[in-house]
Ligand binder design. Structure first.
Ligand SMILES: [Fe+2]
Ligand SMILES: [Fe+2]
Length: 216
């Protein structure tokens, strides 16, 4: 089912069997009342963060399913994808949707969504550790230029390396107040040309195939 959004854009039919299988972990997580109530609060604050979280969770779960990860890991991907940006509830709506370039001070506020997410998930009952790691590390980069901890290479968890790729792909292919949406191929070209030191290029290649194969 991978690229549901891109498949929909191109009018390509999707294979319902694989769609249903790879959606199962996501649907399971959504039945969790605690996750749903957190997501309702996210939607209340900023509808874009809500839809972005769904897109990331859907693509991440599909990614995990396509590369043969265990169902337990797929559940972590679904849960981590849905919750990775909940700390954005603490960022003013105007800043999240600002059409202009952010000042250094505004960037610092924006980056604070990661520790805020971690503080929040820490006090929630039953959020799996693996989902918390995805949220904690989704802005880390292999070359150490990411945040909040500047982790390098294999210090970044594999599921979080997948999340970093899907998070950027999701953002590039969405239209925002400050930019138009990018076509999937263009987004992948940009990521593999200018972010090859930052992203896991092996995983990026695999994800590219999964997404683009659905649209051909
Ligand atoms: Fe984020
Ligand atoms: Fe995100």
């Amino acid at each position: 089912m991978s690229a549901v959004p891109t498949a929909m854009q191109s009018g390509t039919p999707i294979d319902y069997g694989s769609f249903k299988d790879s959606c199962a972990p996501l649907i399971g997580v959504l039945y969790d009342g605690d996750v749903k109530s957190v997501l309702d609060a996210v939607r209340e604050h900023d509808n874009y963060t809500f839809s972005h979280s769904f897109k990331v969770a859907t693509l991440l779960t599909m990614f995990g399913s396509a590369i043969g990860l265990s169902e337990a890991d797929q559940v972590l991907l679904a849960c981590g994808g849905l919750l990775h940006d909940v700390g954005k509830m603490s960022i003013p709506f105007e800043l999240l949707n600002k059409p202009d370039k952010l000042s250094p001070e505004e960037w610092a506020v924006m980056k604070s969504h990661v520790p805020t997410t971690m503080d929040f998930l820490n006090i929630c009952d039953g959020i799996p550790k693996g989902a918390q790691i995805i949220a904690a590390q989704h802005h880390e980069k292999l070359d150490g230029t990411g945040y909040p901890n500047g982790l390098k290479g294999l210090a970044i968890n594999e599921l979080a390396r997948m999340a970093a790729i899907v998070d950027i792909y999701g953002a590039l292919t969405d239209r925002r107040s400050y930019k138009p949406e990018m076509a999937p191929e263009t987004a992948f070209d940009l990521m593999s040309e200018s972010m090859s030191d930052q992203l896991d290029t092996g995983l990026l290649k695999v994800f590219r195939h999964i997404v683009l194969d659905q649209t051909r």
